[in-house]
Design a protein around this ligand. Structure first.
Ligand code: GLU
Length: 297
């Protein structure tokens, strides 16, 4: 049951940033992406988005991997330790950047000069020759990106009027998440299932893939898990870490939030829950809005 099924070319992934331990919200994304791709007969892997050392917690990658392991969420790629680290892809990103060179410019606008502007005003667009101490921005065309999200429906964005030129490499030399995620997902990921908080960056990621002639995946964005006051569970909002002593309870709780109607089976093991999830997973049961997070569950 843990090996790829009859469609090994279908690939899904869970891509946490190592900024802290997993919480129930992250488990929903991990579990949903795992069950969905496995049910399609595809393979699943974990990619650690570790490209932003200043924001990372050095203990988090070990915590995340341990937590996924106790919940039975183990990737199918047989490299050791079976985790894909974005920090290992520097050459891939540099090659991708050079392929879009004719769309790049070097931006030294300060944060303050851009404050309050929703769309980049184009100030540095003419700076197309490489310069130090600048962010690298991608100049977007007056083009539409259209995608059909499996859970959220159809979206159309005009890149120029709705999103604007965006950063692909930061002034400090670090790769921007949108660029790195697009380059990586465009390699071989066919299905991206993640939180709705990332819906708004999807068009930029597809745009990068289109420029690079990579095939964009099918997207599905899950409603996000929130506290009763409506704030999203995250490290910033002090979402409690998953209790790794209770993985079966956590998996059942996650299935419940995801609208899958899990049975009450206090004695079931992790693998029994995953088997049940695989046989019963239905994307159309995921509610439009999730129940608020209650810590006791
Ligand atoms: N690493 C990103 C995050 O944790 C998610 C990446 C993705 O699923 O595209 O927010």
């Amino acid at each position: 049951m843990y090996t790829p099924g009859d469609n090994p070319q279908l690939t899904g992934r869970f891509a946490p940033s190592p900024t802290g331990p997993l919480h129930m919200g992250s488990l929903l994304s991990a579990l949903a992406s795992f069950l969905d791709i496995k049910q399609r007969g595809g393979q699943w892997f974990v990619r650690l988005d570790d490209l932003d050392p200043p924001r990372q917690d050095p203990a988090a990658d070990t915590q995340i991997i341990a937590s996924l392991n106790v919940h039975g969420l183990i990737g199918d790629r047989h490299n050791s330790p079976d985790i894909d680290y974005q920090s290992d892809h520097q050459i891939r990103y540099a090659a991708a950047l050079s392929r879009v060179q004719s769309h790049l410019f070097y931006c030294n606008c300060s944060r303050r000069s851009l404050a309050g502007k929703r769309i980049y005003p184009g100030t540095c667009r003419e700076r197309t020759a490489w310069q130090t101490d600048c962010a690298v921005r991608l100049r977007v065309d007056d083009a539409e990106v259209v995608f059909q999200d499996e859970l959220q429906g159809s979206y159309t964005y005009n890149m120029a009027s709705e999103l604007g030129d965006f950063i692909v490499q930061r002034r400090d030399g670090l790769w921007a998440y949108n660029f790195a995620a697009a380059v990586d997902d465009g390699q071989d990921v066919t299905h991206v299932l993640r939180g709705e908080d990332l819906l708004h960056v999807t068009a930029q990621q597809i745009y990068v893939m289109q420029l690079l002639e990579l095939e964009p995946p099918q997207y599905a964005h899950l409603p996000v898990l929130c506290f009763a006051d409506g704030t999203k569970l995250s490290k910033q909002t002090h979402a409690p870490a998953l209790n790794n002593q209770n993985p079966s309870v956590n998996l059942r709780t996650a299935l419940l939030y995801l609208g899958q109607n899990p049975p009450v089976e206090p004695a079931w093991t992790v693998s029994r829950w995953l088997e049940w999830g695989l046989s019963n997973w239905r994307m159309d049961r995921i509610p439009k809005r999730l129940e608020s997070y209650a810590e006791s569950t």
